[in-house]
Design a protein around this ligand. Structure first.
Ligand SMILES: *Cc1c(COP(=O)(O)O)cnc(C)c1O
Length: 444
């Protein structure tokens, strides 16, 4: 059945900087810039709830129809409907199943995409938006996407942007610090993707990227952008996941609780946008590892960023979650109101490993360390709210974190096809020792 909701209410959406010292911009400028000139994150000027009939009917809609309806108000007038439908069909070409793990608990598996990371959807959506903008121009000014990765993000971004016209991708990763599978995913693509193997740790990679953005010798010659969840085209499409989960869990007839393993808080913030669009949600849980800035904030009212600490759920090792400011904005900076909808709990590596073992022993399900943190937060909340149905997000396939999973779970993990396909390919990476080498590379 085809479902077409006609909106005539939308005009071109503007995005404003949450620092309030930069002009409002349209979608294209917000996506190409990534971050506003005053270093603020862009935020949509309005979020208009979808009609009740959309949620009443959601089980009769395809994922593509749901996504189109949900994101349209943010891109309308810039990307035409036909192009948006093509982008969505291309981006969402895999499944997003809610798998029941135990009674009243399901896991939303977000790892069925090409790199088996939940960032596939955001990265692919952003890439196709940039590709669309570039195709509209008579003279192309190529954009260079710079990404520093601790392993998981880089693969999704690289793959998402592969062969997109007008876009070059440069990925920096710390040598010896990413798993073999992750390294293969970063270094075997070729075409418009270049991997730089940095002699250092993740923070060095990130520092080089930040310096490059401020280096006028480079920015006068190359148009640079970033592809992390600060970028609205990577952040907003994540709201689809929550709608897909709602569609599948609605028939349970219970109120829904989402537990989201969180690092930069982009994913959970997108879930809260889905709620703002009218999707019924009882509560959100932000489950974090030892990087506990947000749970501390909810407890004390003081937001105190700290240097990140390394954990086994390393895609969430963030000491100053960039998207938290967007969450605060969604609640008009009202901590009391926010606390009604959001709880946040922190777990150590030992607790995370124990959870992975427990889930496997009791249910046979193999959770990756990030999903296991999500499971723990969900269990905590459901203890006091047993009538709700809980969903924790599985943000990566366990095979992406084998060095952690193997010693903890005594099971043979089957290598999925997507991963096997890259394991046989040859690694190509350019070694980089310091910023000067990185800079010469960018200027060459
Ligand atoms: C990026 C990532 C997260 C954290 O998502 P945020 O949107 O940054 O909160 C969690 N798990 C995995 C596997 C990730 O790659």
């Amino acid at each position: 059945m085809s479902y077409e909701y006609t909106f005539n209410i939308y005009k071109k959406m503007n995005f404003y900087s949450l620092n309030g010292k930069a002009p409002e911009v349209g979608l294209e400028e917000a996506v190409v810039r990534g971050i506003a000139p005053d270093k603020g994150l862009y935020f949509p000027e309005s979020i208009t709830p979808l009609p009740q009939s959309f949620f009443d009917n959601i089980e009769n809609l395809s994922n593509n129809e749901i996504a189109f309806t949900a994101i349209r108000q943010f891109v309308d007038g810039v990307i035409p409907d036909t192009a948006l439908k093509d982008i969505i069909a291309d981006v969402l070409s895999f499944d997003f199943p809610v798998v029941e793990v135990e009674e009243n608990i399901g896991t939303l598996e977000l790892f069925h995409g090409p790199t088996m990371a939940f960032k596939d959807v955001g990265a692919r959506f952003m890439a196709r938006c940039l590709g669309y903008f570039s195709a509209q121009k008579e003279t192309q000014e190529p954009v260079t996407v710079l990404v520093a990765t601790s392993g998981d993000t880089g693969g999704a971004v690289a793959r998402g942007f592969l062969n997109v016209e007008g876009v070059d991708v440069v990925i920096l990763y710390p040598t010896g610090k990413v798993s073999d599978i992750q390294e293969k995913q970063l270094t075997t693509l070729g075409a418009n993707i270049t991997a730089l193997e940095v002699d250092g740790v993740f923070d060095d990679c990130q520092a080089m990227v930040k310096t490059a953005f401020l280096d006028e010798e480079i920015t006068s010659q190359r148009k640079l952008t970033s592809a992390n969840s600060i970028n609205i085209a990577r952040w907003l499409p994540q709201l689809f996941y929550f709608l897909f989960a709602y569609k599948q869990a609605k028939s349970k007839g219970k109120e829904l609780v989402f537990s989201v393993p969180s690092g930069n808080f982009g994913n959970i913030c997108a879930g809260m946008v889905a709620h703002k669009l009218g999707m019924p949600v009882k509560h959100f849980v932000a489950s974090v590892n030892s990087n506990d800035i947000v749970p501390e904030y909810l407890k004390t009212g003081e937001y105190k960023p700290k240097p990140s600490v390394a954990t086994i759920s390393n895609a969430m090792d963030v000491g100053d979650p960039s998207n938290f400011i967007r969450i605060q904005k969604l609640f008009n900076n009202d901590l009391e109101a926010l606390s009604q909808k959001l709880s946040s709990y922190s777990y150590s590596d030992e607790e995370t490993k124990a959870a992975m073992q427990k889930i496997y022993a009791e249910t046979g399900y193999i959770a990756d360390p990030h999903g296991a943190v999500g499971y723990l937060g969900l269990k905590h909340y459901l203890k006091d709210h047993p009538d709700a149905y809980g969903i924790f997000l599985e943000t990566a396939h366990p095979v992406k974190f084998l060095p952690v999973v193997n010693p903890v779970i005594d099971a043979e993990i089957e290598i999925p096809e997507q991963i096997k396909a890259v394991m046989d390919k040859e690694k190509h990476a350019i070694p980089i020792k310091n910023y000067d080498e990185f800079k010469s590379f960018l200027l060459s």
